[in-house]
Design a protein around this ligand. Structure first.
Ligand code: ADP
Ligand code: MG
Length: 274
């Protein structure tokens, strides 16, 4: 397989939800690419399509129309079993609520994807141990989730996400349930993984969290209305996505609020009220 460094290529991806007679266009013709090694933060107000985008990127859902190439493979029309296999071998997931099995040790939680992947027990043990050591939990491997702090549980979830050495990590608001100190620790961990060449796409409402990323996508009404590079760990100030469009792009469905100063902080404040 040749590689030009493009990990994700979305071509006019649309996702339509039908609820009775009502149609919701959760994604409208989203076209973008993500290169290996990128750290992308996806922002935008509630209902703008962030989770729908993540579900498609994560092969948990398929586009209604359009094409999704993941690592040069067209995954837009694959069936459940193929998608599950791609998820298991190519992707790692981190969720806001950690999604750990409660009655199961940290080590066993991290081993789980390897069991589905069919790896022998001794190898599973070794790789899960290494992943937990990598996230700083080498001394907590026998603990159950309820014996761990929120930050530690998210570390276990990150270990589980990286244990199969995925091409892409997808994290939907991974710091949404964490205090600011723990958020900084977890984001430091994501930054380390990215420095080790891991590609990461992360949804967040928080400017401080997005500031760890090397690229910001801002979504509105199912479209990416801003796509801007960023130097990780420097303050994040973006021009207003709706006021800063390429001339060739269509007008967004609703006009921006001109009363704001156009910084990403004001965008975040705006979205907190939607
Ligand atoms: P975000 O994650 O940015 O808050 P979502 O991707 O969850 O936004 O939702 C985008 C739009 O699609 C919203 O209008 C939402 O109500 C709608 N939507 C999401 N999931 C479903 C679903 N399973 N069925 C119907 N509509 C949905
Ligand atoms: Mg969401």
């Amino acid at each position: 397989m040749t590689t030009n460094g493009t990990l994700v290529a979305l071509d006019k991806v649309t996702r339509l939800y039908r609820m009775g007679d009502v149609e919701v266009q959760a994604l409208r013709q989203v076209s973008t690419t993500i290169q290996e090694g990128e750290f992308v933060a996806v922002m935008g107000s509630s209902g703008s399509g962030k989770s729908t985008l993540m579900n498609i990127l994560g092969c948990l859902d398929r586009p209604t129309s359009g094409r999704y190439l993941l690592w040069e493979r067209d995954v837009s029309r694959l069936g459940r079993a193929d998608l599950a296999e791609i998820r298991n071998q190519t992707l790692g997931f981190v969720f806001q609520n950690f999604n750990l099995l409660a009655r199961t040790s940290a080590l066993e939680n991290v081993e789980l994807p390897l069991i589905y992947g069919g790896l022998a027990s001794r190898k599973r043990h070794r790789r899960a141990t290494e992943a937990l050591q990598r996230v700083g939990l080498g001394d907590r491997m026998d603990h159950h989730p309820n014996q761990l702090s929120g930050g530690q549980q998210q570390r276990v979830a990150i270990a589980r996400a990286i244990v199969s050495d995925p091409r892409l990590i997808l994290a939907d608001e991974p710091t949404g349930n964490l205090d600011s100190r723990t958020t900084a620790e977890i984001m430091g961990l994501f930054a380390e993984l990215n420095q080790a060449k891991m590609t990461i796409v992360l949804v967040t409402h928080e400017v401080d969290v997005a500031a760890y990323a090397s690229r910001i996508l801002w979504m509105k009404d199912g479209q990416v209305v801003l796509d801007q590079p960023h130097t990780p760990s420097t303050p994040l100030v973006l021009s207003h996505p709706d006021g800063d469009q390429d001339p060739g792009r269509p007008e967004p469905p609703s006009p921006p609020d001109r009363s704001t100063d156009g910084s990403i902080a004001s965008l975040a404040a705006q979205q907190a009220h939607t």
